[in-house]
Design a protein around this ligand. Structure first.
Ligand SMILES: CC(C)(COP(=O)(O)OP(=O)(O)OC[C@H]1O[C@@H](n2cnc3c(N)ncnc32)[C@H](O)[C@@H]1OP(=O)(O)O)[C@@H](O)C(=O)NCCC(=O)NCCS
Length: 159
């Protein structure tokens, strides 16, 4: 993911937020805000080989500055609404997991709304487990919503 991808990355992000099932956030941040909170070595785009159009992205953030959690990251993944269910999310997340493990990350975590069947299914297919449910943990468009905490513990990094 490069700065030149910014507009497409943020448009895909906004489209995901507009579904109401991707995040508590409702508005994509500025590129500066987005970029500042994402790890430079763990951010990727999927690009159409012919047109060069960005089809989706995945990016990780540090969860803590404490050394003990140096190998724990949180991630987000968003695929263009016109390209979903074609394996792009799976390809992005697989690449992200491999890159994270190469970089010594042992745990990848995220929060998912229980209603987000596509995200849950994708993550479980790639080795994430549901750690638990945070009940009515935040309000979204006036509704209190649960969040499933998911994580993937590497079998090769941090062993
Ligand atoms: C969740 C998301 C990233 C999945 O990406 P995708 O490219 O559509 O997913 P893929 O085509 O790679 O599918 C991978 C797996 O996810 C599951 N899946 C995909 N779409 C699904 C759907 N609509 N319902 C149920 N499962 C689905 C399937 O298990 C699929 O496995 P398969 O390849 O064996 O069929 C994408 O739908 C998206 O961007 N959604 C909006 C933003 C969002 O919610 N992001 C996640 C925030 S936690």
């Amino acid at each position: 993911m490069r700065q030149s991808d910014a507009a497409e990355v943020l448009a895909i992000y906004q489209a995901g937020l507009d579904t109401g099932q991707a995040s508590f956030e409702t508005t994509a941040p500025s590129w500066e805000g987005f970029s500042a909170s994402r790890l430079p070595h763990l951010r990727y785009v999927a690009v159409d080989a012919d047109s060069g159009e960005v089809l989706g992205w995945v990016a990780g953030s540090a969860v803590s500055s404490r050394p003990v959690y140096a190998g724990v990251v949180e991630h987000s993944i968003y695929v263009h609404p016109g390209c979903q269910a074609h394996g792009i999310g799976r390809a992005l997340l697989s690449a992200f997991i491999a890159a994270a493990e190469d970089a010594g990350v042992w745990t990848i975590q995220s929060g998912v709304f229980p209603e987000n069947a596509a995200s849950l299914s994708l993550h479980q297919a790639l080795g994430f487990r549901v750690v638990g449910t945070r009940e009515r943990v935040g309000r979204h468009h006036g509704l209190w919503r649960d969040v499933l905490m998911i994580e993937r513990r590497s079998a090769v990094a941090g062993t």
